[in-house]
Write a protein that binds this ligand. Structure first.
Ligand code: AMP
Length: 431
């Protein structure tokens, strides 16, 4: 870094991590002044070339924690991409939304690298443009596993030049049944690659995956999810039933302090019904769920980001990857299937150093699900009432939550149907 590089001012913390000037500059332009804890811990180790298993929450700055050192590698080794040879950096993410989010972040952090070629390969969109993108010179490829494996099996793509493989939200990919796909993709990359694994938890199946794919990985474990969510104020309203929930929602959305809100529903049908109802009430609102064409989903997210929507009504498919700092409120109209999805949902607010409010509406019969969430987060959700909209029934047996459970298999999962089908969510619709 030179003294005459004013754009870097304010981002010295990133220079101290050992990142190349061009990346430090891009970070400064993004307005970041200090690295987040996950960035401080992971970036120097990743630059040193070690495999890393990093426990990281959504909103912690994890994307930059793997993209910056990976881009640093490209900048410093000075090799340019060759048409048809495949990417040097491969990032796997569980959902299309997260892939597109990471792609945007890569373009942001790589803004001063004019030669940098980034592409994304996700399911639910036509193959044509993706095939052209992977045939062209390519540095960074960001993909969901199903579609990537399709291209790989069809001989459309080579992964023989991959130097860094990133598994983003590895726990989620395993939950979605992608383990075999991930292993097949990893097997198509060189053994000498660096593997960076990011996950909410590093136990159980994630540890097994790491044991198979990684080379003496170092662990980077940050504070618990509970501590990370302290900037989000949570509360719970008991509701007598659907029409009571509708009235509560109506009142909650009348709050002038809401900048933008995401209302989460349990089913696609509810997402559409609630969005229609709110639109009829004059809200700037849209629905977002996995049954909608990708083009509409992308357009809706753009409207949200540009502030043209005040309310998004979404299923859990939207719970990850949405990164819009102006989302001030999350309202759980329907409870998530899995307790950890609660954490991901409320993490849509309170982004980038802001505070957020997360309000959950639950029916009395759902008390067990609420207790499961509270056990998972090791935190009681304070109950509140709105004057004139008090519940008429009382929730039964408010048992105290037990100790926090680390590792998620079984215990944190509610019974019920995931969006788009019964049983554990598979990669349906992602190819
Ligand atoms: P992530 O956890 O990667 O989804 O990032 C969450 C949000 O934090 C994104 O909006 C990033 O742009 C933002 N962010 C990442 N790193 C920093 C930083 N060092 N300072 C401030 N904001 C950041």
């Amino acid at each position: 870094m030179t003294d005459s590089a004013p754009a870097i001012a304010g981002a010295e913390g990133f220079a101290a991590l050992g990142l190349h000037d061009s990346l430090v500059q891009a970070v400064a332009v993004s307005g970041y002044t200090e690295p987040t804890p996950v960035q401080s811990a992971a970036i120097p180790k990743a630059i040193a070339g070690t495999d890393l298993m990093v426990s990281s929450a959504t909103g912690s700055g994890k994307t930059a924690a793997f993209l910056l050192p990976s881009l640093h590698r490209l900048v410093t080794r000075d090799v340019r991409a060759v048409a048809g040879a495949g990417p040097s950096i491969l990032v796997l993410t569980p959902t299309r939304e997260l892939s597109l989010q990471v792609t945007r972040a890569c373009e942001t952090y790589g803004r001063s690298l004019r030669w940098l070629r980034t592409a994304s390969v996700v399911g639910g969109v036509p193959y044509g443009a993706q095939l052209r993108a992977v045939r062209a010179p390519l540095d960074v490829l960001i993909a969901t596993p199903g579609r990537l494996l399709d291209l790989l099996n069809g001989g459309r793509l080579s992964l023989s030049r991959v130097e860094v493989l990133v598994l983003d939200e590895a726990d989620r990919m395993l939950d979605m049944g992608f383990i075999e796909d991930i292993e097949a993709i990893a097997a198509a990359t060189p053994k000498t690659r660096q593997t960076l694994l990011f996950s909410a938890t590093l136990d159980g199946t994630v540890a097994k995956l790491a044991a198979n794919l990684m080379n003496e990985p170092q662990r980077v474990e940050l504070e618990s999810s509970r501590e990370r969510q302290d900037h989000i104020t949570q509360r719970l309203h008991w509701a007598d039933g659907r029409s009571h929930k509708d009235r509560l929602l109506d009142r909650l959305l009348a709050d002038p302090t809401i900048d933008q809100a995401i209302v989460f529903t349990a089913t696609q049908r509810d997402a559409e019904r609630v969005a229609e109802q709110l639109e009829a009430d004059g809200h700037a609102v849209a629905a977002l769920h996995g049954g909608m064409p990708q083009s509409i989903r992308t357009r809706t997210l753009t409207s949200l980001r540009q502030g043209r929507l005040r309310v998004l009504v979404a299923t859990d498919v939207a719970a990850r990857g949405i990164d819009v700092p102006t989302i001030s409120h999350v309202i759980n109209y329907g409870l998530p299937i899995a307790a950890e999805d609660y954490v991901h949902r409320i993490g849509r607010t309170g982004r980038a150093g802001r505070t957020g409010i997360a309000v959950t509406l639950a029916e009395h019969a759902e008390i067990r699900k609420i207790r499961t969430i509270e056990r998972f987060t090791d935190q009681r959700i304070p109950v509140a009432v709105i004057e004139g909209l008090e519940p008429t029934q009382r929730a039964a047996s408010p048992a105290r939550p037990g100790p926090q459970r680390h590792g998620r298999p079984g215990g944190s999962r509610f019974e019920g149907r995931r969006e788009g089908g019964s049983g554990p969510a598979r990669k349906t619709g992602t190819r």
